[in-house]
Write a protein that binds this ligand. Structure first.
Ligand code: SAH
Length: 187
């Protein structure tokens, strides 16, 4: 795993997704070196960099050109440019042109999550996995409902990570989240 502090960051782009959350996402995705991954809303490339180390290919999409720029820098920093493609576009638009998806991660979608899920569903291979990270309660509900409508059996977990800051007078636990991780597998 890459440590949070090792990613290049900028205040204009959210991320990276915290290390413990990245670890759960990797575990839940069951990623293999034959898998083609898309990371929609790649932000700083936190998730992209982890999957680039383990998957066959990663296509990372973000609507924000600065996110694509910083993801590129992080991929370069960790020497992971070989099996990655970066697309600066709306996720809904970009994913229309991508086939043969084994794992779709949606970390940002604006108000287009339902549309993106509809398209991802048509592009996802049998036994493919969808993973959505959601901070807004509304996104969590929308994700679960849309996956149900598309005939998936979605699972949702709420993750709260607190890390200890060791001080002279004791240990102060500092909260880093919460975030929900919604997962579904194509039947
Ligand atoms: N997982 C990332 C953080 C994601 S933040 C990391 O580890 O760094 C969410 C990202 O989703 C933002 O960069 C935002 O620009 C992007 N986003 C929001 N709506 C989008 C859309 N419709 N299409 C593509 N990207 C989108």
């Amino acid at each position: 795993m890459i440590e949070d502090q090792d990613f290049i960051k900028t205040c204009d782009v959210p991320g990276p997704t915290k290390e413990a959350i990245r670890a759960i996402i990797l575990y839940k995705s069951d990623v293999k070196d034959t898998d083609n991954v898309v990371d929609i809303g790649c932000g700083t490339g936190g998730i992209t960099c982890e999957f680039a180390q383990r998957a066959k290919s990663v296509t990372s999409i973000d609507i924000n050109p600065q996110a694509i720029e910083i993801t590129k820098k992080n991929l370069k920093k960790f020497g992971l440019e070989n099996n990655t493609t970066l697309i600066q576009d709306d996720g809904e638009n970009a994913v229309k042109n991508i086939d043969n998806i084994d794992i779709a991660i949606i970390g940002g979608s604006g108000k287009k999550l339902e549309n993106i899920l509809e398209i991802v569903n048509t592009k996802l291979n049998p036994k493919g996995r969808i993973i959505i990270t959601a901070i807004l309660v509304d996104t969590k509900v929308e994700a679960v409902n849309k996956l149900k409508e598309l005939n998936y059996n979605p699972k949702i977990m709420e993750v709260n990570i607190s890390k200890g800051r060791v001080l002279d007078r004791g240990i102060m636990m500092m909260s880093e989240n919460p975030i929900a991780i919604i997962t579904a597998k194509k039947r």
